[in-house]
Structures are given as C-alpha cells and as structure tokens.
Design a protein around this ligand. Structure first.
Ligand code: PGA
Length: 260
C-alpha cells in the first residue's frame, strides 16, 4: 500500500562552507525547489549561518515562499542560561527554524551525547515547537556482532522515552548506520528497510500502529542521486538525511527528486 507520509529530504551541511557559499547554495536550492515535486526540503547549515540562510530562503514566521524549511544541527535542552557556547531551542525558532537534528552520530561519538541527553533535547525541541529529527544507528562493530536490532531498539526507546503519542507523531526519525556515514558505503535498500520496519514497530509499541504509520523515517549514510531511487522504493523509507551530497545543489535536488 503506498504511504501517505510526505517525503522529507534534509541537507546536513555539518561544519562546512562559508557565508558566501551558504548563500549561493541556499539560493540554488530555492531557485530549483520545484524539481523536488512534493518532497519537503530542509536545509541545516552551521548554526552561525542560520540567519544568513534564513534570509536567502526569505523566511518570515518560519515559512519560506519556496516551502524550503530551515533546521538546526544541534541545540541545548535549556531555554536560556549560563551555558557558554550553546544555542537554545527558542533561538532556533527565532531564526526561522522548523527542524533540528538531534543525536546525530557525530554528536553521540565525538561530543558524548547519550540517549538521555538526546531524550532531554527531544522534549525541549517539541516544547519549543520544533520538529526534532532524532538520529539513531549502529556502528560497524555492532552490525558485525549481530547487535544492530538491540542497539537501534535501545537508542529509539532511550531517545524517545516519556514522549506521548501526540509528541511521537510530531517527530522525524533518521536511521543512519554509522558505518555508512561519509564512507561511500550505503546500506543496501534491504538492510535499510529492515531497520526502518523495526523502528516503525517500536513506534507502534510506544504509541499505536496509527501513529507509527504517520511518522516519517529518513535514511542517512552516503545517500547519492544514483542510490536514492532504490532506497526511496522501500515502503518504510520516507526520505533522506544527506551529508556530503547536500553540499551540491545538483546532488541534493537529484536525491529529493528520487523520493517524488
Ligand atoms: P553522508 O552523511 O551523507 O555524508 O554520509 C550523512 C549524515 O551524517 O547525516
């Protein structure tokens, strides 16, 4: 049965580009956003350039005329206070963000983010009116040790603990196997679909099958225009979280077009 979930493709620009290049890339995506058809597009630039990209998207009240949305790559879970160097959820909202990536594997492995921290941030994002894109995924060692299901299950349960069914309905989940991120080694469509189905089953047990059926689950990890169509054909893959390929408008839009 074809799903009614609106597909969503987000570009995670990570710590790349500069002020003029973020403007150029955002303008290129906006100018060609119709190539994505009905697929929702989200741009997640480095935090210091959110205002610059928001201006390029002509965002007013978190809405851009092109429909391209803005997202943060991370945030703190407190709304304000003495947290030197951090960014608060209402600040992302203030700059026009609708989305925020949380618990990306780089945050987990390089900056010590645990499921408990991701859980606190997820709740804070929802409270601020942001849609969290909650990332989960196993390492190569975990996959080779046959622990993929256990690891992803623990991450989903831990990161989403205590969320009500109506909260769960508002989130996006990104399955990003760590071994596929930035390596050029994409998961096979069957490997990805298997974990996406697992995640949807977990969401059903946390909320209900109806709610789980409405949650969008993105795949991330070396998504490129030439492998996107096979991923998009899987019943539980509702879009992509794209790193490297999102730095080129052609590649990003080519991926989005594959999800139309
Ligand atoms: P990649 O990154 O597309 O460069 O593999 C994906 C991600 O980290 O979100």
């Amino acid at each position: 049965m074809p799903s009614h979930r609106r597909k969503i493709v987000a570009g995670n620009w990570k710590m790349n580009l500069d002020r003029s290049r973020v403007t150029e890339l955002a303008e290129a995506v906006v100018g060609r956003s119709q190539e994505a058809g009905g697929v929702e597009l989200v741009l997640c630039p480095p935090g210091v350039y959110l205002g610059t990209v928001g201006a390029a998207l002509k965002i007013v009240d978190r809405t851009s005329p092109s429909g391209v949305a803005l997202g943060g790559q991370n945030m703190h879970d407190k709304a304000s206070g003495a947290f030197t160097g951090e960014v608060a959820p209402p600040m992302l909202v203030d700059l026009g963000c609708r989305y925020v990536i949380l618990g990306h594997s780089e945050r987990r492995s390089l900056f010590g983010e645990t499921d408990a921290i991701v859980n606190a941030k997820t709740k804070a994002a929802l409270a601020a009116g942001l849609t969290p894109i909650v990332c989960v995924g196993e390492s190569l060692e975990e996959r080779e040790g046959g622990r993929t299901q256990a690891v992803v299950t623990a991450q989903v349960r831990g990161s989403l603990a205590g969320l009500s069914p109506s909260d769960l309905e508002r989130i996006v989940v990104a399955y990003e196997p760590v071994w596929a991120i930035g390596t050029g080694k994409v998961a096979t469509p069957a490997q990805a679909q298997e974990v996406h189905a697992l995640i949807r089953g977990l969401l059903a047990s946390l909320a209900s099958p109806e709610v789980a059926g409405r949650v969008r689950i993105q795949y991330g990890g070396s998504v490129k225009p030439d492998n996107a169509a096979d991923l998009a054909a899987q019943p539980d893959i509702d879009g992509a979280l794209v790193g490297g390929a999102s730095l080129k408008a052609d590649d990003f839009l080519g991926i989005a077009a594959a999800f139309r």
